[in-house]
Design a protein around this ligand. Structure first.
Ligand code: FAD
Length: 470
């Protein structure tokens, strides 16, 4: 590709481009034995600027990696082919709420938690709530089709996107969908782009659907001596006709990590903790929370708590949202999976994870969105210990196979990225993958957008999502 493009890019981006090795060091990313550094980083702030950058990249066939706040857990923002990183994080954050149409118009780098706050000021709710809401961008959420604890009742990001503004790999500015609840005009490009992990272009704005905020919520927390008992309590609650807003699960190692990180009162002497939130009309919530607490007790739950103060409730959910950060500190790296199974299969999946942990002698901890079967097995490891990494690779492969054998999927919400690309065909089959590749090459014939993500390069196997810098 030569590097005459760097001079051209410099004339367009001026001081909002960096390309010296000292500056680029901050963008160097490590992932399982490999180190990846882009040749240039640009800080874009308008769709027109993105358009100019992509036109240059396309003309010179330079790989482009979009980047929000790099909290992704499947390695989607790693510049594995060098080229240009388009850093969205300096884009002015804006959220405009229209309380009559119940929509929010957002810029790509706004934090998801800022959308929550803006909607709540009008008595409205933007339901998708990744646990990273206050450290991730809506652009990243849209690209990953992010979920979160409320996914059980309210669905995921794609269920709330009415329209998008994006820039195609050729640099054209494209608007998809609109701001109506119903819209079936033409092919549904909005749905194609949500969850496309940056391989089809750069998302520069979105129109999101809001809903009225439920009047009240009530949390219930229960501790279980064994994983199996926790799994059964979850199944029984859902079978009883109760649809909680959230139904989360933390294993003992995760609870211990959180308590070491910041003591918040989680029990650390049990195998599993289940956290539930019901929401809606006050009388229904009172009744449902009571029923949930009874089911927890009847299925072996101990220390069942229904917090009555806002502070106590917030502590419980803070503990849940800290799990991922708390386990980061235990070993130098982690392979973060989000294999998802039909919820009836949760106890079976737990059993398989326990077998895999023993078979490979690895530090495998589990937490996740148990109500929708979206578990997060995390293998904590040392990326420079080749023997351990070989075991991690084998264990990750077995986790994927176990999820698929139980009728599940490789990813419930983190996306395929670089980490799971090598396994795509195992779930989708050759025809499906081929159709997806044809769509990708029609959109992006020069394959400049985030190459090596979703679709594996020859021999690609990058399994670690986050390597904690020592
Ligand atoms: C503590 C913690 C908790 C988390 N909890 C959850 C959770 O509950 N649910 C969940 O779903 N995820 C969760 N995640 C994962 C992560 O936060 C989400 O995937 C999030 O959507 C990533 O946003 P980001 O801004 O950090 O994007 P990045 O990590 O920077 O990028 C993610 C992907 O999106 C692409 N991308 C970014 N911006 C754009 C854009 N504007 N246009 C096109 N492509 C773009 C990138 O190329 C990359 O492929 C968690 C992560 C952490 C660290």
């Amino acid at each position: 590709m030569g590097n005459g493009w760097i001079t051209t890019l410099q004339t367009v981006m001026d001081e909002r481009m960096i390309n010296t090795s000292a500056e680029l060091n901050d963008y160097r990313r490590s992932a399982a034995f490999g180190e990846y550094t882009p040749e240039a980083v640009v800080y874009v702030t308008t769709p027109e600027e993105v358009s100019r950058v992509l036109k240059i990249a396309n003309e010179h066939q330079v790989p482009v990696t979009p980047k929000g706040l790099s909290t992704g857990l499947s390695g989607g923002d790693i510049p594995i082919h060098g080229g240009i990183v388009i850093d969205m994080s300096r884009w002015r954050a804006s959220v405009e709420i229209d309380p009559e149409d119940l929509v929010a118009r957002v810029s790509p780098a706004v934090l998801t938690s800022d959308i929550h706050a803006a909607a709540e000021a009008y008595g409205l709710m933007y339901p998708p709530d990744p646990s990273s809401s206050n450290i991730s961008t809506i652009g990243g959420n849209l690209a990953e089709n992010a979920g979160g604890p409320r996914g059980l009742k309210y669905g995921v990001t794609k269920n709330y996107v009415l329209g998008l503004e994006m820039v195609t790999p050729q640099g054209e500015i494209l608007n998809t969908g609109g701001r109506t609840i119903k819209n079936v005009t033409g092919l549904d490009i909005t749905s194609l782009v949500v969850g496309s992990e940056g391989v089809l272009g750069i998302i520069t704005g979105a129109t999101l659907k809001l809903i009225p905020k439920p009047a009240v919520t009530q949390t219930v927390m229960a501790a279980f001596a064994t994983m199996e008992l926790a799994g059964e309590a979850i199944s029984k609650t859902l079978a009883a006709g109760i649809l909680p807003a959230k139904m989360e699960f933390i294993d003992q190692a995760c609870a211990q990590a959180v308590e070491a990180y910041e003591p918040l009162g989680l029990p650390t002497d049990v195998e599993a903790i289940v956290l539930i939130e019901v929401d809606g009309h006050p009388s229904a919530v009172r009744e449902e929370a009571g029923d949930v607490a009874e089911i927890m007790k009847a299925r072996g739950g101990s220390r069942v708590r229904t917090p009555q103060t806002e502070a106590e409730t917030q502590n419980i959910w803070k503990a849940r949202s800290l799990v991922s950060l708390a386990i980061d500190g235990i070993r130098p790296a982690k392979a973060s999976e989000d294999a998802t199974v039909p919820r009836s299969q949760i106890p079976q999946m737990m059993k398989r994870l326990s077998d895999i942990r023993q078979k490979y002698g690895l530090q495998l901890v589990v937490f996740g969105h148990a109500g929708d079967g979206n578990l997060h097995p995390n293998i904590l490891c040392d990326p420079y210990d080749k023997e351990e990494i070989r075991r991690v690779e084998q264990a990750a492969g077995e986790i994927f196979q176990a999820a698929l054998a139980l009728g599940g999927t490789l990813s419930g919400e983190h996306g395929i990225g670089t980490m799971k690309a090598a396994f795509l065909e195992d779930e989708l089959g050759a025809v499906s993958v081929e159709m997806m590749k044809r769509i990708k090459s029609a959109w992006d014939p020069n394959n400049i957008m985030n190459p090596g993500k979703i679709f594996a390069d020859e021999g690609q196997k990058l399994i670690l999502s986050r390597q904690v810098e020592q």
